[in-house]
Design a protein around this ligand. Structure first.
Ligand SMILES: Cc1cc2nc3c(=O)[nH]c(=O)nc-3n(C[C@H](O)[C@H](O)[C@H](O)COP(=O)(O)OP(=O)(O)OC[C@H]3O[C@@H](n4cnc5c(N)ncnc54)[C@H](O)[C@@H]3O)c2cc1C
Ligand code: FES
Length: 279
């Protein structure tokens, strides 16, 4: 709602934003720091925006920064097609359109208080999880142990490297990484992300688990977590679906009775009612 004229903000109308910083993080992932030209973006961890490039279209992109950071917001975009290719051509000072933030199903910042948190991330799935991880780090006393399991295809594909390095040096974070294929010089774990699960000593009964990664990953994570008697109530999945409108009108993103754009993208697994294969 606009404070001066009382009109409801048009959900379909992109608002102007400025690119304040860009940086390639690996061959395909571009980091962008953005700020809205009019009102600052108010968002919660787990929400996403529709990024539009006039003449090309728009793409749903997760917000990667924590709302505790007040100087703009950050996204990471993988180059894959029309819109994302154009986003990769942006430079500091360029203008783009932003709709949102979208997604009512966000990370449960309140319910997670006092709990041990386990983040299982595959590849670019680190991007939305980072928003909540940094939110937790900025409110560190409110949360229990933090464990981050991250799987990446290979060393060259790793991104947010300096932040990962910082996290690995903190004694209040347990970070374990693995790569699917090891290049020369990689000293760490090799294999898919589920191989890291038995290596952690989390008190699973008092933990909440957050999963975000490529669709194929979820099924295998559930299978592995089954060995630890995790209740579906304590598992949250952050889902990506092909989207068009982003506002619950077109049905492109539907899973059972839910629209991922409106009801998600973060869901409590027990409430989703979907088989691991359908995720
Ligand atoms: C809630 C949500 C959050 C997202 N967050 C991010 C993010 O933080 N960073 C990021 O880089 N991407 C993210 N994505 C994916 C991103 O929206 C798509 O990659 C983008 O829309 C592709 O647009 P394009 O015009 O560049 O590609 P297109 O030219 O439309 O498509 C190129 C190819 O990619 C395939 N494709 C397009 N969209 C998807 C999709 N959603 N899933 C699987 N395949 C797809 C197409 O079928 C085609 O083969 C997110 C998607 C959703 C739904
Ligand atoms: S994207 Fe249209 S209903 Fe979700």
């Amino acid at each position: 709602m606009c404070e001066c004229c009382g009109q409801v903000k048009d959900l379909y109308l992109p608002q102007p934003a400025t690119v304040n910083e860009t940086k390639m993080m690996n061959e395909t992932e571009l980091y962008l720091k953005l700020s809205m030209d009019d009102e600052p973006l108010e968002y919660r961890p787990g929400q996403f925006v529709e990024v539009s490039i006039p003449g090309f279209g728009e793409a749903p992109i997760s917000i990667s920064s924590s709302p505790t950071k007040k100087d703009g917001f950050e996204i990471v975009v993988r180059r894959i097609g029309n819109v994302t290719n154009m986003i990769h051509k942006l430079n500091t000072g360029d203008k783009i359109g932003i709709r949102g933030p979208f997604g009512e199903g966000c990370y449960p910042t309140e319910q997670a208080r006092g709990k041990n948190l386990v983040f299982i991330c595959g590849g670019i799935g680190l991007v939305p999880q980072r928003s909540f991880i940094n939110y937790v780090l900025d409110n560190r006393d409110d949360y229990g142990d933090i464990t981050i399991l991250l799987g990446t295809k290979n060393e060259a594909q790793r991104f947010y490297r300096s932040e990962l390095q910082e996290w690995s040096q903190r004694d209040d974070i347990h970070l374990l990484e693995t790569v699917d294929q090891a290049d020369d010089g990689w000293q760490g774990n090799v294999g898919v992300v589920t191989k890291l699960i038995p290596k952690i000593e989390s008190d699973w009964a008092s933990s909440l688990v957050f999963i975000c990664g490529p669709p194929v990953m979820y099924k295998f994570v559930f299978l592995t977590l089954a060995d630890y008697d995790m209740s579906g109530e304590n598992i949250f999945v952050n889902l990506e679906r092909k989207m068009k409108c982003g506002v619950g009108k077109c049905g492109h993103c539907q899973i059972n009775q839910y629209y991922v754009c409106m009801d998600g993208p973060v869901f409590r697994y027990s409430e989703l009612g979907a088989t691991p294969e359908a995720i």
